[in-house]
Design a protein around this ligand. Structure first.
Ligand SMILES: Nc1ncnc2c1ncn2[C@@H]1O[C@H](COP(=O)(O)OP(=O)(O)OP(=O)(O)O)[C@@H](O)[C@H]1O
Ligand SMILES: *[C@@H]1O[C@H](CO)[C@@H](O)[C@H](O)[C@H]1NC(C)=O
Ligand SMILES: *[C@@H]1O[C@H](CO)[C@@H](O)[C@H](O)[C@H]1NC(C)=O
Ligand SMILES: [Mg+2]
Length: 337
C-alpha cells in the first residue's frame, strides 16, 4: 500500500467509525502523534469528508431547517397545509435528541400532487446525498413485494432490512411508496419498529423516519377542496381540521388498502396525517415554470399557460383540478419548447 492510500484508509476508518473507537487500541502518545499528522493532512484537504464514502455522521446527516423551509416555500405549490405540517413535524423531531418513538408521517392525496416530491425535499435537507443517500430506503409494492404468494418471505425480509439498516445508522429514512397497493399484513410486520420501545433486541429505532405515501383519502380531500371552490372561498382558508375527520374516516374505511387493515391508526403509531390538495390550473402553470427553470430554459409564461391549458381537469363540468396534478408536465414541455 502506498503511503497516500494508507492515509486515506486510516482517515476513512476514523471518519466513519468515530475517533474514539479507532484510537482506543493505541497508546495515547501514538494517538497524539497521529492526531498531529492528521491535522496537517486535514488542513491540506479542506473538503476531506467528500473524499470518502458516506457515513452515518453529522458531516453527512444533519437537518437544515432553513433549507427545508425555503424548499417547501419556493418549490412546492398549492400545499399550504402539507408544507406547514411537514416543517413542524421534522423540526420538532430532528431537534429532539431523545425522541420517544420514530417519526411516522402518512402522506395522502390525489395523484401528482407532490407526495414523492416532498419526500425528496425532506431527504435533501437531512442527507447530504439526498435520495441517493445509502441511509434513505424506498420501498414500492410492485418492485419489492410483487407476488402475493410470497407474503411471509416479504415480511421477514422487510423486518431484516429495517433492522439491518437501522443497526447501520439509526438516522435512517424509510419511504413506503404506494401504500394502498401493499398487501394487507406486510405493514403489520413493521409495526413494532414504529412503536414506543426503548429498544428492540438492543436496537433503538427512535431516530428513524418512516414516510408512507398513498392515494387513500384523496377523494375526500378533493371533495372538501371542491366545496371550498364552489363556495368561492380561498383555498388557503382550508384548515387541517376541515380535512382531518373525513381523512381518517375514509382512510379507516378503505378496506381495500393494505395499510388500513392494520392497527397503525388505532395504536396512534402515525404521528402526522398529511393531506395533499388537488392542484389547480395556476399550480400547473407554476410547475411548468419550475420545470423550464430546471431544464435550464428561460421560464416562459406563455409556454407554461399553453402546457396548463392542454392538461385535463375534473370534475367535467367545472374543470377545477388537474387530473394528473403536476405529473407529466416535465415531459409535456418537450412539445412546446
Ligand atoms: N405540489 C407540487 N408542487 C411542485 N411540483 C409538484 C407538485 N406536485 C407534483 N409536482 C411535480 O410533479 C412531479 C410528480 O409528482 P409526485 O411524484 O410527487 O406525485 P405523487 O403525489 O407522488 O403522485 P402519485 O400519487 O401518483 O404517486 C414531481 O416530481 C414534481 O416535479
Ligand atoms: C441550509 O439551507 C440554506 C437554504 O437553502 C442554505 O443557504 C444553507 O447553506 C444550508 N446550510 C447548510 C449547513 O447546508
Ligand atoms: C437495507 O435496505 C436495503 C433495501 O433498501 C436492503 O437491500 C439492504 O440489504 C438493507 N441492509 C441491511 C444491512 O439489511
Ligand atoms: Mg407518488
Amino acid at each position: 500500500m502506498n503511503p497516500e492510500k494508507r492515509h486515506v484508509l486510516l482517515l476513512w476508518m476514523l471518519v466513519c467509525s468515530g475517533m474514539t473507537e479507532a484510537i482506543e487500541p493505541f497508546s495515547t502518545s501514538i494517538a497524539v502523534g497521529m492526531a498531529a499528522a492528521l491535522t496537517g493532512f486535514l488542513a491540506s484537504y479542506q473538503n476531506i469528508f467528500y473524499y470518502f464514502n458516506e457515513c452515518c455522521r453529522p458531516e453527512w446527516i444533519s437537518f437544515n431547517k432553513t433549507g427545508l423551509e425555503v424548499d417547501l416555500e419556493s418549490k412546492l405549490f398549492g400545499q399550504h397545509i402539507g408544507s406547514r405540517i411537514i416543517l413542524k413535524a421534522l423540526t420538532g423531531f430532528m431537534s429532539n435528541d431523545n425522541p420517544k418513538k420514530p417519526l411516522v408521517l402518512s402522506l395522502h392525496g390525489h395523484t401528482g400532487t407532490g407526495k414523492n416530491f416532498v419526500s425528496k425535499l425532506i431527504a435533501d435537507n437531512i442527507y447530504k446525498e439526498g435520495m441517493d443517500s445509502s441511509f434513505v430506503h424506498v420501498f414500492t409494492s410492485e418492485l419489492h413485494f410483487p407476488h402475493s404468494s410470497k407474503l411471509d418471505t416479504y415480511k421477514s425480509q422487510l423486518q431484516q432490512w429495517i433492522k439491518g439498516n437501522v443497526t447501520n445508522c439509526e438516522r435512517s429514512m424509510f419511504i413506503f411508496d404506494e401504500m394502498d397497493k401493499m398487501q394487507p399484513g406486510l405493514i403489520d410486520s413493521i409495526k413494532p419498529y414504529l412503536d414506543y420501545y426503548d429498544k428492540l433486541d438492543g436496537i433503538s429505532y427512535r431516530k428513524a423516519i418512516f414516510i408512507f405515501l398513498s392515494n387513500a383519502g384523496g377523494e375526500s380531500i378533493t371533495q372538501i377542496a371542491l366545496d371550498f371552490w364552489r363556495a368561492a372561498r380561498d383555498r388557503e382558508e382550508i384548515e387541517l381540521k376541515d380535512l382531518e375527520t373525513l381523512l381518517s374516516l375514509s382512510v379507516f374505511n378503505n378496506k381495500n388498502s393494505g395499510l388500513w387493515h392494520t392497527s397503525l391508526i388505532d395504536k396512534n403509531l402515525v404521528d402526522f396525517f398529511v393531506p395533499f390538495l388537488p392542484l389547480e390550473y395556476r399550480h400547473v402553470v407554476q410547475c411548468a415554470m419550475a420545470a423550464m427553470k430546471a431544464k435550464g430554459l428561460r421560464p416562459d409564461k406563455n409556454v407554461a399557460d399553453q402546457v396548463a391549458r392542454d392538461v385535463n381537469y375534473f370534475p367535467k363540468s367545472e374543470r377545477v383540478f388537474s387530473v394528473k396534478g403536476c405529473k407529466t408536465i416535465e415531459n409535456k414541455l418537450h412539445y412546446y419548447t
